[in-house]
Design a binder for this molecule. Structure first.
Ligand code: SF4
Length: 444
C-alpha cells in the first residue's frame, strides 16, 4: 500500500549495535521504494521510527526515556510512532498494551510489512482515529535478499551476511528477538559489495550476530571473507561479531594472508571462570579460549585482539571474578568492552539462575576490570610509538576540526594535525605514531 500524497516524512532513530544500523538502512530503502521520504528533523516528521536494542538494561532505559520525549510531540500534532527492532520483539505485550503512544510495532524479521503498517496508521490518523499495527513474526528464511540498503555516506559499508543466532548463550536475548540463524546467498553479498565499492565505500564490515557461523552450501565464512576482500577497489574488510567456537584454521589463515582482510579479531570472552562460562552456555573453557588466542597470535603476527566481558553474572563469586581478571592479564587484549550483567526477560539465565550479585559489587568489579584493561590498553598502544602505521582516513577528529581522524588496520583510532595537507576521507595514509593514550594514537 503506497501512502497518499503529500509524501509522508519519516524520521528514524537507531539505538544499539551495528546490526540495528544496518537494519535501519534496509528500512529506509524499503520505505523510500514505497513512496516515503526521510527527514533528519524530528520536528518535521509525520512518522518517527525508533529502532531499538534489548541487549542491556541501559538500552531499555534510554529508549523508554526517548519514547517519553515523543509523547510531548504527539500531543502537539498528528504523529505516527513506530517501534522497531529487538525491544519491539522482546517486549511486545508491554509496548502494545501499556504504551498508547506506539502505533506500530515491527520486529527484525517483519520490516517488509512496514510500508503497509505505516500507510494504514497514517490514513487512520487523517480520518481522526488510531489504527495500531503489529508485525512481530520471526522467520526462518527472511534475509531481506534483493533489498539494497540505503546507506549513510562514509568510508565504511555494513553488509549483513547472516541473521539470527542458534547459540542461546544463557544471558542473551538475541535468539528470541532475532530468531534462528540463516545465511544470505554469497552471490548476492558479492553484488552488494561491488555496489558499495562503486558508491565510493573503501571498507566493508561483514555483519552477523554470529558472523563466523556463516554457511551457505559450499560457502563457509573463510571462503566468503576472501571473496569479499577480492572485490576490486576495496581497501579493507572487517567482520563482527564472531563466536570463539567458529574459528577454524582456514578462517585464521584467511585473515593472516589476505592483504585486504584487517588483522583485527574481536573475540568475545565474556568470563574467565570455567564455572561461569558453563553457566553462560558459551561452550568453551578458559583453556580452550587461550589455546585459540595462541593459535591466532602465532598465525597472525601483530594481530589486534579485542573482546567483550560481562561482570557480575549470576552467582559470580570473588574467585570467579579473579579468574576473569587473570585471564585479561594473561591475554593482554588491545581493548575490551566491559559490561555489567543485567537480566534480560525470557533468557535462560532469567529462568534458571538468580541475579544475585549485588549492584555495588557489580559496580566495584566493573571498575576494577576496566582499570586493569585501561592500563593494558595504554601499554599496548604505547608499544606502537615510533611505528609507521597505515590509516584509513575517516573524518575530522571529534574534539577539533584542525585534526583528522582515522583507523589503523587493527581498528585503533589515530588523530593527527591536518595542517595544510590534503584531507580526503577514504584514502589510506601512513603516519608515524609519536604519542598514545589508552583511547587514541597520535600521528605526525
Ligand atoms: S552468540 Fe551468544 S551472545 Fe552472541 S548473539 Fe548468539 S546467543 Fe547472543
Amino acid at each position: 500500500m503506497t501512502p497518499k500524497s503529500p509524501i509522508p516524512q519519516v524520521h528514524i532513530e537507531t539505538f544499539g549495535c551495528q546490526m540495528n544500523e544496518s537494519d535501519s538502512e534496509l528500512v529506509r530503502s524499503m520505505l523510500k521504494r514505497e513512496g516515503f521520504a526521510f527527514t533528519e528533523d524530528r520536528e518535521r516528521a509525520d512518522v518517527v521510527l525508533v529502532n531499538t536494542c534489548a541487549i542491556r538494561e541501559n538500552a531499555h532505559k534510554k529508549i523508554y526515556a526517548h519514547l517519553s520525549e515523543l509523547k510531548g510531540l504527539k500531543k502537539r500534532r498528528p504523529l505516527v510512532v513506530g517501534v522497531l527492532g529487538c525491544m519491539a520483539q522482546n517486549l511486545k505485550n508491554e509496548l502494545a498494551e501499556k504504551e498508547p503512544l506506539v502505533d506500530v510495532l515491527a520486529g527484525p524479521d517483519a520490516y517488509r510489512q512496514l510500508p503497509m503498517l505505516l500507510s494504514t496508521a497514517l490514513e487512520a490518523q487523517e480520518q481522526g482515529f488510531s489504527q495500531k499495527g503489529f508485525a512481530l513474526d520471526l522467520s526462518e528464511y527472511e534475509t531481506y535478499e534483493g533489498i539494497m540498503p540505503d546507506r549513510d555516506s562514509g568510508v565504511n559499508a555494513w553488509i549483513t551476511v547472516m541473521r539470527g543466532c542458534d547459540n542461546f548463550c544463557s544471558f542473551c536475548v538475541v535468539p528470541y528477538t532475532r530468531g534462528r540463524e540463516r545465511s544470505r546467498d554469497p552471490e548476492n553479498i558479492l553484488v552488494e559489495a561491488r555496489e558499495a565499492v562503486a558508491r565510493g565505500f573503501k571498507q566493508i564490515t561483514l555483519l552477523g550476530q554470529n558472523v563466523n557461523s556463516y554457511c551457505a552450501g559450499e560457502w563457509d565464512f573463510a571462503k566468503l571473507i576472501r571473496a569479499v576482500a577480492d572485490t576490486l577497489g576495496i581497501d579493507r574488510v572487517r567482520f563482527t561479531s564472531p563466536h570463539p567456537k567458529d574459528f577454524p584454521i582456514a578462517l585464521i589463515e584467511a585473515i593472516a594472508t589476505h592483504p585486504k582482510v584487517c588483522k583485527h579479531v574481536h573475540l568475545p570472552l565474556q568470563a574467565g571462570s570455567d564455572r561461569i562460562l558453563d553457566l553462560m552456555g558459551r561452550t568453551y573453557t578458559g583453556a580452550e579460549y587461550l589455546a585459540l588466542v595462541d593459535r591466532i597470535r602465532q598465525t597472525i603476527p601483530g594481530v589486534v585482539l579485542t573482546t567483550d566481558i560481562i561482570c557480575g553474572f549470576c552467582t559470580e563469586s570473588d574467585q570467579d571474578f579473579q579468574d576473569t581478571c587473570r585471564m585479561v592479564e594473561r591475554v593482554r587484549f588491545d581493548s575490551a568492552f566491559i559490561f555489567k550483567y543485567s537480566e534480560r526477560k525470557n533468557t535462560i539465565a532469567a529462568r534458571k539462575y538468580p541475579d544475585d550479585v549485588p549492584e555495588h559489587i557489580k559496580g566495584a568489579r566493573i571498575s576494577k576490570l576496566m582499570e586493569i584493561q585501561r592500563q593494558i590498553t595504554l601499554e599496548r598502544n604505547r608499544e606502537l610509538i615510533g611505528k609507521k602505521l597505515v590509516i584509513l582516513v575517516d573524518r575530522d577528529a571529534t574534539r577539533s576540526s584542525t585534526q583528522g581522524m582515522g583507523k589503523t588496520d587493527g581498528n585503533i583510532t589515530v588523530v593527527w594535525d591536518k595542517g595544510t595537507s590534503h584531507f580526503v576521507p577514504g584514502t589510506l595514509i601512513t603516519k608515524r605514531i609519536f604519542d598514545a593514550s589508552a583511547a587514541t594514537l597520535y600521528g605526525e
